[in-house]
Design a protein around this ligand. Structure first.
Ligand code: IPE
Ligand code: IPE
Ligand code: MG
Length: 246
């Protein structure tokens, strides 16, 4: 049986997250500027979203720019900040064909007014689509996400809308950026690094992890299938003792 057929015949994860890492090293290896790596990475994101959509995955969260990435050289930050503009054609064309909805997670107070308007426009134009939800984590940091949730919940308490005992897992989850997405099944990081770098710290509580040495621009559909195939052979016990394949 082909890898694709095998993967398709088993449980497909509902929600995959990917730390898109290694664009710079991919470019360096080829004697190219880092920006070319980011361009290739953006192209690969488009292809990967389409592959996920074809596989019937419900949500794909991608780490595209962290709250810490502002500390990179200005030229590189400027280049990365220009990438949402490139998305314009994609969401109107290929993504429309596959019914892909795009949402953005992260801070919104540090973008240019042009980028902010663009992000809002993409979300608005795709909001009624029913296929894959592509969650682009852009100026995203998990610490900020959790602090924002804590502040919102504190405000609810302060104004008497909730009691202390109303604070539970469900309430916290409803205040995270991911509130409309299914639980995170599988987290993939490319480029060989084995760390989380402030990504989805709450949401990974029971996710499976998959690390690959491939740099993000070379993470093809076949690599995605390999990651899902590997996931499908994990025993997810959620603290219980029953052994059941995912
Ligand atoms: C990932 O690639 C993209 C972003 C973090 C924006 P990197 O730019 O981190 O590439 P490496 O890790 O330096 O190779
Ligand atoms: C994580 O990659 C952030 C994104 C992929 C957007 P980094 O390259 O910034 O992470 P570190 O610095 O290696 O931990
Ligand atoms: Mg990196």
């Amino acid at each position: 049986m082909s890898l694709e057929k095998r993967v398709m015949s088993k449980n497909i994860p509902n929600h995959i997250a990917i730390i898109l890492d290694g664009n710079g090293r991919w470019a360096n290896k080829r004697g190219l500027p880092r920006t070319i790596g980011h361009r290739q990475g953006a192209e690969n994101l488009k292809n990967t979203a389409i592959s996920c959509s074809k596989l019937g995955i419900k949500a794909l969260s991608v780490y595209a720019f962290s709250t810490e990435n502002w500390n990179r050289p200005k030229d590189e930050v400027d280049y990365l900040m220009a990438l949402p503009r490139e998305f314009e054609e994609t969401y109107k064309g290929n993504f429309k064909e596959y019914d892909i909805r795009v949402i953005f997670s992260g801070r919104r107070d540090r973008f240019s007014s042009e980028n902010l308007a663009l992000i809002q426009k993409i979300e608005e134009k795709t909001k009624d689509r029913n296929g894959l939800i592509l969650n682009v984590c852009f100026d995203y940091g998990s610490h900020t996400e959790i602090i924002t949730a804590m502040k919102d919940i504190s405000e609810l308490y302060k104004t008497g809308k909730i009691e202390l005992n109303d604070i539970n897992v469900e309430l916290v989850e409803n205040h995270l950026y991911t509130k409309d997405l299914p639980p995170l099944d599988l987290l993939i990081r490319t480029s060989g690094e084995q760390r989380i770098s402030n990504f989805l710290l709450w949401q990974i509580a029971y996710s499976e992890f998959y690390f690959t040495k491939k740099y993000w621009p070379e993470f093809s559909e076949k690599e995605l299938l390999k990651a899902i195939d590997n996931f499908q052979n994990r025993n997810r016990r959620f603290g219980r003792i029953k052994v059941s394949k995912s």
